[in-house]
Ligand binder design. Structure first.
Ligand code: B1M
Length: 221
């Protein structure tokens, strides 16, 4: 890996967004993921290489550290922000079709639920893992999921719920989606959701964290 890719990778791992970002203090005044990604592209490094060799491994390390309680939500959010600043430069190459995506992942927070921090982290990690992410936002109705599934055949669908009350809406949405699209893989998560609940509502997979979601997607594409 080139020195530039190593630098981008560590900017994402440690949440260094751009040169003006004071976080992390140890990297203050240094160029961040935003500038270095632009430089890498201008130097002719392939966007797929930046994604596969710098961004994805960095986010994977972040996810693993988070799972081991070595870092916490603020660090993970900064890493996600740094990756997003890199993706600003890389995304256009995907949109122009120069780099192959692994598949489409549709994600949303279920009806009645406005929590989106965890869902956004999952979306970001999955995008970093090379998937096209269609984020439907919060308070997503079953009809919206159906429309997105119809427009994106073969997509994997992710549902997030943070309230015990909205878990019932998750159950209803999964039941209707499974009835209409029996082959579609459905991933569920969110603080009150459990593996046992996932099994009961007949979703395909439960992950307690973004890394688990990424690992699951790796098994199917
Ligand atoms: Co609310 N809220 N909230 N809240 N809120 C909780 C969830 C609560 C546990 C707080 C508490 O009482 N201790 C509680 C729920 C109780 C329950 O149902 N058992 C609660 C409540 C009651 C409410 C309101 C009803 C409060 C009120 O108005 N009376 C209200 C409901 C609004 C609504 O949704 N209709 C409400 C509102 C809000 C705010 C808007 C103020 C704000 C949300 C802002 C936002 O998201 N933009 C908010 C917040 C911030 C919280 C807490 C404090 C933090 C949630 C969070 O972002 N965590 C939360 C208490 C807590 O969790 N400590 C709380 C960080 C985030 C990274 O974790 O979302 O769990 P999390 O995501 C994780 C995993 O769950 C997983 O990956 C993420 C990273 O590890 N994951 C997935 C998530 N989605 C996944 C999907 C996957 C896979 C993994 O696959 C698809």
């Amino acid at each position: 890996m080139t020195e530039l890719l190593e630098k981008i990778s560590s900017c994402v791992e440690y949440g260094k967004v751009d040169i003006n970002s004071p976080y992390p203090p140890a990297m203050k005044g240094q160029e961040g993921a935003f500038e270095l990604t632009r430089q890498a592209l201008d130097a002719g490094i392939n966007p797929g290489e930046i994604l596969e060799e710098a961004l994805i491994p960095a986010m994977s390390r972040v996810g693993q550290k988070f799972s081991r309680n070595e870092i916490f939500v603020p660090q993970m959010l900064m890493a996600a922000k740094a990756m997003n600043s890199s993706m600003i430069h890389i995304r256009p190459y995907y949109l122009s079709g120069q780099t192959k995506r692994r598949g489409t992942f549709i994600i949303g927070t279920v009806t009645g639920d406005l929590h989106d921090i965890g869902k956004n982290l999952v979306a970001m990690m999955i995008e970093g893992a090379g998937w096209e992410v269609l984020d439907l936002g919060v308070d997503v109705s079953t009809e919206k999921y159906i429309l997105a599934a119809e427009e994106n055949p073969g997509a994997v669908i992710g549902l997030s719920a943070l309230l015990t009350t909205t878990m019932e809406n998750m159950r209803k949405t999964v039941a209707i989606l499974k009835e209409k699209f029996p082959e579609t893989k459905i991933l569920v998560g969110g603080a009150p959701v459990t593996a046992e609940f996932c099994e009961r509502i007949k979703a395909d997979f439960y992950s307690p964290d973004p890394q688990g979601a990424v690992d699951y997607l790796k098994t199917i594409a």
